[in-house]
Design a protein around this ligand. Structure first.
Ligand code: ZN
Length: 191
């Protein structure tokens, strides 16, 4: 049985967890549920309040946060890479995520060795997934299930990965590909 955990980038909890506790997770996901604007204001993805910035200004901050997240946070997967604040959800993802922003995002994930989640809950546009694949970023399937029926429902993410000719064995599997928590190092030392 694997034991993963999702931690918020904007929250300080992940920085405070002692190494021996982190090692009890088989793998960890990081997520951008909150984004810091240059003025220090936090924009929460599920808040109805949106700051006095344009969608473009917000997206620039979002990508800058993503780049910092990739440099600083020792996780294995970026959860739901296209989760955006409620206010922006009426805009097409392909427009908010310009190709230049997608390029920066996948470059940061590739450099850090962080996988790109294909989320069943917050569905991304195919171009972004394709770009991640082309940059050598590993893909990870996530149901993000909040109810019993939703948990482990990977039909859509798996179909998308297969439509991009990604072999199933290349999809992120902590048992096969390891993780950054230290969990598997310990097993190796013991055996
Ligand atoms: Zn999340």
């Amino acid at each position: 049985m694997l034991r993963g955990g999702e931690f918020c980038w904007h929250d300080s909890l992940w920085r405070e967890i002692p190494d021996d506790v982190a090692r009890r997770f088989t793998h960890r996901l990081g997520s951008l549920h909150g984004i810091w604007l240059p003025n220090g204001e936090l924009v929460h993805a599920f808040s109805r309040r949106f700051p006095n910035v344009t969608p473009d200004e917000y997206m620039e901050a979002h990508v800058a946060n993503l780049e910092r997240f990739a440099r600083e946070m020792p996780v294995d997967v970026l959860a739901h890479p296209t989760l955006l604040p409620l206010t922006l959800r009426r805009h097409p993802l392909e427009e908010l995520w310009t190709e230049e922003r997608e390029e920066r995002a996948v470059g940061a994930l590739a450099a850090a060795g962080i996988a790109f989640e294909i989320s069943n809950r917050y569905r991304t546009h195919e171009r972004f997934v394709r770009r991640a694949r082309d940059a050598g970023v590993r893909l990870s399937l996530g149901s993000d299930g909040h109810t019993a029926e939703q948990v482990a429902d990977l039909a859509y993410p798996l179909a998308l990965a297969r439509s991009l000719a990604v072999p199933d064995e290349e999809l992120y599997d902590p048992l096969r590909h390891g993780s950054r928590t230290g969990f598997f190092n310990r097993l190796r030392r013991v055996s």
